[in-house]
Design a protein around this ligand. Sequence first.
Ligand SMILES: NC(=O)c1ccc[n+]([C@@H]2O[C@H](COP(=O)([O-])OP(=O)(O)OC[C@H]3O[C@@H](n4cnc5c(N)ncnc54)[C@H](O)[C@@H]3O)[C@@H](O)[C@H]2O)c1
Length: 454
Amino acid sequence: MGSPPDTSKTTKLERYNSYLRRMSSAKLLAASSKVLFRATLLATVLLIILLTLHYPFSLSYISIFSYSSPSPHRSLLSSFSDSFGPAWDRDVRRSATPRRDAGLSVLVTGAAGFVGSHCSLALKKRGDGVVGLDNFNSYYDPALKRSRQALLTRHAILIVEGDINDSSLLTRLFATYPFTHVLQLAAQAGVRYAAKNPHSYVASNVAGLVSLFEVAAKSADPQPAIVWASSSSVYGLNEKSPFSESDPTDHPASLYAATKKAGEAIAHTYNHIYGLSFTALRFFTVYGPMGRPDMAYFFFTKAILAGKPITVFRIPGGKDVARDFTYIDDVVKGCLGALDTAEKSTGTPGGGPKTGPAQLRVYNLGNTTPVPVVKLVSILEKLLGVRAKKNVVTMPSNGDVPFTHANIRLAARDFGYQPTTDLSTGLQKFVKWYVHYYGIKLKAEAGGGQMAAA
Ligand SMILES: NC(=O)c1ccc[n+]([C@@H]2O[C@H](COP(=O)([O-])OP(=O)(O)OC[C@H]3O[C@@H](n4cnc5c(N)ncnc54)[C@H](O)[C@@H]3O)[C@@H](O)[C@H]2O)c1
């Protein structure tokens, strides 16, 4: 019989072996966690690079400029101090800096709006610096404003979410970048909505305007030149045609028109006292891709495609209501022409005395060809391939005017404004955008008259 095994030695050996196994698995674990850590780090860095490329502005305040659905006419004095910081400053400067020699740097208010988004893109495309400001109110579908914002973001244009009534935000913007120009388009638009929410017109078109002009006169250094949107509605119930800038504007038919007229008077005051350079542009029924859902051409399209009736107004006596429909690209050219020819303000930053008279201009930006609204409907019918269910009624006194017709001689003379798009061509471009944006397939591209949307 052999001697029994030395258990104490065996146990030691086993303990030693198990120690070695533990050590090597611990090493393996440490090594694999290192690999895992490095891979995670690499993935994070790659993700940050990708996000930065896709969203050129810092992520630090994206949550503040988030896509949360805005409340109707949200608090006008909401403070943005939370978002201020080096990253915010850097992004404002990056977006505002021109990329061409002698380029403009423009603060575009209402940049998520119809005209504002188109103008911002046009400015950026030619190398100017642009920063947008918009409160994203829900007067009409904010999703459309967000999609315009997304488009601007892809073109490296920052839209700061805020209100023109927020003086501290405006002051901060001018302190961050010496904007040479302001394109003031932020406003409560629409004629009929005034019956529902009159105060929103006063808040944006009067109080907001004053707040912006105050900051431009007293805080901005240098004082910017201001080009801003008035409206053809200031001609009100005038009967003389076409409408010229020197015509009286004493009979506004809507509160909207009255606030635009007030804006022109307020601009005069700030020009007179503080030497701010002003150009008021009286737009005539602007339409086109990414347009405003509250305007007839837009909601007619929606209703016609849905097979719903539309109401078309007639003037008492049986005449057709007519509008000088102006295509967005023509208006954009007019806005850029006005910006390019705007002279510097002559005031002393801080609200001191002006050094001389400053520019004060008013221009019509129209198409010069009034078209009856029934004609607009028939063009849409052709383009959509659907017959409209028309309800023709006498126009009530709801703020609308019977016709508009622009004399554009002054804008043509001073900055070569010359509209080139007729209503059929412009509506074709609008319909193309509309069906694409809303994912609608038309059964016929054009001309059918019998066919419906699929
Ligand atoms: N589209 C037209 O046919 C037409 C005709 C005449 C005048 N206008 C004027 O042109 C300008 C632009 O019109 P639009 O058709 O692009 O309208 P829009 O409503 O699409 O654009 C205005 C933008 O301003 C923003 N806004 C409103 N109040 C604001 C505030 N207090 N602070 C910050 N942002 C605010 C809105 O969210 C909106 O995005 C407006 O001043 C309008 O009155 C337009």
